[in-house]
Design a protein around this ligand. Structure first.
Ligand code: NAP
Ligand code: 12T
Length: 340
């Protein structure tokens, strides 16, 4: 017998992703019975609002996860590494937003518009991984093109907002802007350099190959989600002084001949995608336009004449919604519709 409602836990509920999860569950009227909000000792005891009622935030360490059906996790990778397997063992299906389990061969990495069938593999560990925000919006836009024309190579540069790095990074951008307007020296504590009126070509830490972890997440996760390691991906990920909304300049080379008109036609029909592309009328997406919206927006679709079958485009989405909370809740919706 199917349950009418589910016990849902949010680990990292007081973070920017956690709060967006709460809002998304409410807006989409997810069948939440009991709701457990979990965070560290810094926030335990606080209250957060869900459907007009105050819900107490409890300490993650105290949670047993017995009786929890679905755990939406975004407490940071090192915390998920400890608590997601414990929750999973207690019978809770974990949808994890951190980078901890994404490349684990026993954990499906899911974007519902792209590879919903992979959800079936959740039984291997009781964990499903939510991809990186920059990967999600890119694969939502590129999968329909890959299906039709076969993408051989992707070159992507990102323009990522500070909310991707959490609530403290958002606070840091605000404080630095205030400091600079008041002729004070801005403090740098969270991001690797000053972000106010600046761009930082480093997201996450550097690896031995000269790339950042964020860049290699885009490479490895794209291949796993497409189920196609032959798609070549190279990335440069950059932090920009935007609060919410990641943008990407994406160049693709396909096996089959491709035109901008065909790309527009295919993307107009693609789930979760809005084509906003009329340069003569000044129509293209910016993070300020798309923040709070669900879709991934594609603009500036044009031919790259330097290779036989090349296309350039601009892809923008709200990193906290499709890049994190919405994607996780969409996975949960499929779980309750088809699996539990
Ligand atoms: P954030 O705003 O800094 O929030 C972090 C959350 O984790 C807070 O609720 C915090 O609770 C909680 N937390 C931290 N340490 C904890 C601990 N030891 N025990 C329990 N809870 C703890 O960060 P965020 O932006 O929401 O991101 C959180 C995670 O999601 C990160 O791993 C990030 O990489 C990932 N993320 C994923 C995506 C994606 O899926 N695409 C996008 C963005 C971020 P307190 O209030 O008590 O500090
Ligand atoms: N370091 O989920 O800083 O792997 O913007 C997402 C965003 C890691 C992740 C960021 C990050 C992730 C950031």
């Amino acid at each position: 017998m199917k349950k009418k409602s589910y016990c849902v836990a949010i680990a990292g509920a007081t973070g920017v992703v956690g709060k967006e999860l709460l809002k998304t569950l409410e807006e989409r009227n997810f069948p939440v019975g009991e709701l457990r909000l979990l965070a560290s000792e810094r926030s335990a005891g606080q209250k957060l609002e869900f459907k007009g009622a105050d819900v107490l935030v409890r300490l993650l360490e105290d949670e047993t996860f017995k009786g929890v059906d679905i755990g939406l996790f975004s407490p940071g990778a090192s915390v998920s590494a400890i608590y997601a397997p414990r929750a999973a063992k207690a019978g809770c299906i974990v949808i994890d937003n951190t980078s901890e389990f994404r490349m684990d061969p026993l954990v499906p990495l899911v974007v519902p518009e792209v590879n919903p069938q992979a959800i079936a593999e959740y039984t291997k560990k009781n964990i499903i991984a939510n991809p990186n925000c920059s990967t999600i919006q890119m694969v939502v836009a590129l999968k329909p093109i890959h299906d039709k024309f076969r993408i051989k190579r992707i070159v992507v540069s990102t323009y990522q907002s500070v909310s991707g790095a959490g609530k403290e990074a958002m606070e840091e951008l605000s404080e630095q802007i205030k400091a600079l307007f008041n002729m004070r020296e801005p403090e740098v504590n969270v991001l690797p350099q000053r972000i106010a009126f600046n761009c930082i070509p480093q997201i996450d830490s550097f690896l031995d190959n000269g790339y950042t972890k964020e860049e290699m997440k885009m490479v490895n996760e794209t291949q796993k989600i497409f189920g196609d390691p032959s798609v070549k991906v190279t990335a440069t990920t950059v932090r920009v002084p935007v609060f919410v909304g990641h943008s990407e300049s994406v160049n693709i080379e396909t096996e089959l001949p491709i035109t901008p008109e065909e790309v527009r036609r295919i993307l107009k029909k693609a789930p979760g995608v809005t084509v906003a592309d009329d340069p003569k009328k000044g129509v293209y997406a910016t993070p300020a336009d798309v923040a709070t919206l669900d879709d991934t927006f594609v603009s500036r679709i044009r031919k790259d004449d330097t290779v036989p079958n090349g296309i350039n485009m601009w892809i923008v989405a709200d990193n906290l919604r499709k890049g994190a909370a919405l994607n996780a809740v969409q996975i949960a919706e499929i779980l309750v519709r088809d699996y539990i």
